[in-house]
Design a protein. Structure first.
Length: 141
């Protein structure tokens, strides 16, 4: 049996998040491997930057490090905001589904009441668990 895409991943997209984590890990490993491979060239570049700093009087390496840290913080907060927005969207969607289900149940109850022709049928409808809203026991807003 071949798994359909909707069966292989859940509704919240966790499979996609796992794939991107694996991709980031692979990219990080690749960057480390390239740095190790070109270690002498990186050292020469840092030495050239240091000699330029001492000649001109600028602090290039510390400012580049600060810039890199700020950029990483920016990326992390941006990713956090995106996941927070996704969680809020999921919550709102679930709440709308719940409200829709409750309204459908209420509509079905009203239609059944309108078709009832004696008090016995109305009593049976009032005791039927299909028409009891799950929100009855909840506290109000």
């Amino acid at each position: 049996m071949v798994a359909r895409p909707s069966e292989s991943r859940d509704d919240h997209g966790k499979g996609i998040a796992e794939d991107s984590r694996q991709t980031r890990l692979l990219a990080f490993g690749l960057v480390i491997a390239v740095l190790v491979f070109f270690q002498s060239q990186v050292r020469l570049a840092l030495d050239a930057a240091h000699s330029f700093e001492s000649r001109v009087g600028l602090a290039l390496v510390p400012s580049a490090i600060i810039l890199a840290v700020v950029f990483l913080i920016y990326r992390v907060t941006r990713r956090h905001d995106a996941s927070l927005r996704a969680a809020v969207t999921d919550s709102v969607t679930q709440e709308r589904r719940t409200r829709t289900t409750e309204l459908d149940s209420l509509t079905a109850f009203g239609l059944s009441l309108s078709r009832a022709n004696d008090i016995g049928v109305i009593r049976d409808l009032a005791q039927d668990r299909r028409f009891v809203s799950p929100a009855v026991g909840r506290a109000g807003p």
